[in-house]
Design a protein around this ligand. Structure first.
Ligand SMILES: C[S@@+](CC[C@H](N)C(=O)[O-])C[C@H]1O[C@@H](n2cnc3c(N)ncnc32)[C@H](O)[C@@H]1O
Length: 375
């Protein structure tokens, strides 16, 4: 089986979690900003797309070289064996980005890469006219960083955060990949109760349920590489079969999602049903201030409102204060709150056991962690 150089891309700050996920699937990794590199065959492409909960995409690295002239870029792109990946009818749009590089004009770089690949394929397939690009889709990217060119093919298609269950959402839904990262950071296991008391459309609770029952995040979706002729269908069939074999769909979990907005709870219920979790997660319309937590050694995770909008900062601070008060009653519970409030600890009334810097989209946040005293 041929081995490919692969990269799982991720949001900044989540590299170590993605690296752990890739390692758990049996691959050695190296990491860089927003990137986790590994090597593997077509089965590795299918497996990682199916199972990575925190990565954004899996890309195949087709070429890496230094280029500081358009001629360089053209010739070195043309020297790559594109026919190994692209059939004569392949459709291959080329996206691009360039950072701190002599070749800074992204549209020019995209056009040159495209032209070089067309030339290469025409020779390889003995064609003289146009390539009609009516066949399978390959999304290519030319990325240039400090004059180092990386050419990749996206094997995921739609980003991996799209699991196929989000049929509704609130104002500020958390990306599924980030929600999964938060759950992983808590080291929660199904023996412990779990609650998101500001659950909105339910993303964190649904991701926890998927983790708890060992359901692959890609179970209910397709991947672009499934359409490629050289990705054997048996590879995907095997990965999908394994997914069913290891899923623990009968495992009862103690997961609650609550929010004071009934409309959002309705949306969360719809999303959970779409994910196949009807009746599994306990949804409650509840103001955080009136919560009663059952059980001990539980895990509370959430992203409360950040108070970014005018006039809402005080509410966000008050909510943090009330949460701090509430949790005094439950010392065995661990609390993990993703917030951009710089005075979060002051408002909560206690210094966090640990803080972890994370970016929620473009918003700089911290995951404030208060570890419970285990009973
Ligand atoms: C940033 S959103 C959470 C988004 C959620 N993680 C998702 O993926 O959809 C914050 C949520 O806190 C809820 N909220 C605000 N104040 C609350 C309170 N006092 N009690 C319960 N929920 C509250 C809002 O209704 C909103 O859904």
């Amino acid at each position: 089986m041929e081995k490919f150089k692969l990269v799982a891309t991720t949001a900044m700050g989540l590299e170590s979690i993605v690296a752990d996920e890739v390692k758990a699937l049996g691959f050695k990794t190296t990491s860089d900003n927003g990137k986790v590199y590994f090597e593997g065959d077509t089965a590795a492409i299918a497996k990682t797309n199916m199972w990575l909960r925190v990565a954004d995409r899996v890309r195949i690295i087709v070429g890496e070289f230094h280029a500081d002239t358009f001629d360089d870029l053209f010739e070195q792109t043309k020297a790559i064996r594109w026919e190994q990946f692209l059939s004569v009818d392949a459709a291959f749009p080329v996206a691009g980005k360039s950072v701190k590089s002599i070749l800074y004009s992204v549209p020019d770089c995209q056009a040159i890469v495209k032209k070089a690949i067309v030339e290469r394929l025409k020779i390889a397939y003995n064609r003289t006219g146009f390539l009609d690009e009516t066949g399978p889709l390959y999304k290519l990217e030319v990325s240039i960083l400090k004059d180092k060119v990386t050419l990749t093919i996206d094997s995921s298609g739609v980003g991996l955060h799209k699991r196929g269950y989000r049929v509704g959402q609130g104002d500020a839904p958390l990306k599924e990949t980030m929600a999964a990262a938060l759950v992983k950071l808590t080291r929660w296991n199904p023996d412990r109760p779990f609650i998101d008391p500001v659950c909105g459309s339910g993303t964190i609770a649904i991701e926890a349920a998927m983790i708890g029952q060992n359901i692959a995040p890609g179970t209910n979706r397709d991947f672009l590489s499934e359409q490629w002729p050289w990705m054997e269908t048996s590879v995907w069939e095997q990965v999908r079969e394994e997914v069913e074999d290891v899923a623990k769909r009968d495992l009862i979990l103690d997961i609650t999602g609550s929010d004071y907005d009934p409309e959002l709870i309705r949306i969360a219920q719809g999303n959970a049903a779409q994910a196949g979790f009807t009746g599994l997660i306990n949804w409650q319309v509840q103001d955080l201030r009136d919560l009663t937590l059952n059980g001990s050694n539980g895990v509370m995770v959430g992203n409360p409102p950040y108070g970014e909008r005018l006039g809402e900062l005080e509410d966000a601070e008050q909510l943090t204060q009330d949460l701090g008060q509430l949790m005094k009653k439950y010392p065995s519970w661990s609390v993990y709150m993703l917030s951009s409030l710089e005075n979060f600890e002051e408002m909560y009334g206690k210094k966090a056991t640990k803080k972890r810097k994370l970016f929620n989209g473009f918003i700089r946040t911290d995951l404030y962690q208060y570890w419970g005293k285990r009973k």
